[in-house]
Design a protein around this ligand. Structure first.
Ligand SMILES: C[S@@+](CC[C@H](N)C(=O)[O-])C[C@H]1O[C@@H](n2cnc3c(N)ncnc32)[C@H](O)[C@@H]1O
Length: 212
């Protein structure tokens, strides 16, 4: 991505968000996929990162969740909620205390109260959002001051459902784009881009933003 076009106020082109499969996401996610989407070493690196940055007692939302949330065991979190598209996957997730079915591409507003959460996670799924700036504006709304938005990315995807621009971006450019989503959404400070990729496994690129 051209860094000269990264002004927070400049809108992102509509063409970024086109997808090969523009049909209703509900159809695509009707079938449960009880699989993992990144290598075990990459999952371990993500879990270790969560262990480092998520405080015990935190109220956590796993956005675009499935049957695994990659949270470390043995840490007493507060309420852990999940939001995703497949009831069978969410019901099978042992780390969730509650879950909701919600299509963020139809309605980017999160069904949670203002300032009710400490951490919002999004693991290996941000490439499926067609209205990401609205989603991250809602993430800012539901986070308490000082709370964290953590977006983890890698290089695998469901190609027909991933937005066009993700197919053309390097890891560094994906980080830049997701950082920009947060800048454009507003309400975030301290937006960091991290590379925690383990050797010889799927990469792990992270954007971490703090609710101002
Ligand atoms: C590649 S999976 C990742 C699941 C999980 N976060 C993980 O780390 O294994 C993509 C997830 O994004 C969710 N998802 C895709 N499109 C969505 C949408 N429009 N609204 C909400 N969730 C969506 C699906 O339910 C699916 O669980």
């Amino acid at each position: 991505m051209d860094s000269s076009s990264s002004g927070a106020s400049k809108p992102l082109p509509d063409s970024f968000f086109e997808r090969a499969d523009e049909s209703d996401d509900a159809h695509f996610y009707l079938t449960a996929r009880l699989v993992t989407h990144i290598d075990p070493a990459t999952i371990a690196a993500l879990t270790e990162f969560y262990r480092e940055v998520l405080p015990a007692g935190a109220d956590v939302l796993d956005l675009m969740a499935s049957w695994v949330s990659h949270l470390p065991s043995g840490v007493g979190y507060g309420q852990v909620s999940g939001l995703g598209m497949n009831a069978q996957e969410l019901a099978a997730n042992p780390q969730l205390g509650d879950w909701s079915l919600h299509d963020l591409n139809r309605d980017p507003e999160l069904p949670y109260e203002d300032a009710s959460l400490d951490v919002v996670l999004n693991a290996v799924s941000v490439q499926y959002l067609v209205r990401p700036v609205e989603v991250f504006a809602s993430v800012a709304r539901v986070l308490r001051p000082g709370g964290l938005s953590i977006v983890a990315m890698s290089h695998r995807c469901f190609p027909t459902k991933a937005i066009r621009v993700f197919h053309h971006l390097s890891g560094g450019d994906r980080l830049q784009l997701v950082a920009r989503y947060h800048e454009m959404a507003g309400g975030f400070a301290d937006i960091q881009r991290l590379d925690r990729s383990p050797d010889g496994a799927d990469p792990l690129w992270l954007v971490v933003a703090r609710r101002a």
